[in-house]
Design a binder for this molecule. Sequence first.
Ligand code: FES
Length: 158
Amino acid sequence: MAMSLIADDVVADVIDSHSRTPGALLPILHGVQDALGYIPREAAIRIADALNISRAEVHGVITYYHYFRSEPPARHLVQVCRAEACQSVGAEALIGHVRERLGCAKQAQSADGRFSVEPVYCLGLCASGPALTIDEHLHARMTQEKFERLASRMEEQP
Ligand code: FES
C-alpha cells in the first residue's frame, strides 16, 4: 500500500534535512519513525534512493536495531527489560506472562493490533527490577499480580 500524501511529505522533509549530513541514514530513520511511528517499506525505498545506497542496506539497518519498526505500532506498547539485573529477579518469567496475557505469545503484536510486547535491555531501574514500561511509563518491581491490574486498565481504554 502506498504511503499517504502527508506521510510522503514527512519522509521527503526528513530526507531533505539530513541528506547532506555524513552518516545520514540513522538520523533519517530516527526522524521518519519519530514522525510516523514506524518506517514504511516505501519510505525505506525512498531513503535508499536518496542516499544512493542499496535497499538491502537500509533494510539491514532497520532490522539490526530493535528500536526501528517496519510495521505500524500497536495501540499500547509494553517493553520488558531483559538485561542481567532484571533477569536475576525474574524478568524471563515476567515477559512470558506479559506476552501470554496480552495475546503476544507467538508474535510481537496481538492479533487485534492493540498490544505489542518488546524486550529492551536496561531501563535504568536495575536496583528495582524487574522493570517494564507501558506506553513509555516506567514501572519497577513488577509482579504478575501488579501487571494484571495494569493490563486490565489498558483493556478498558479504547
Ligand atoms: S537491568 Fe533492567 S532496568 Fe537495568
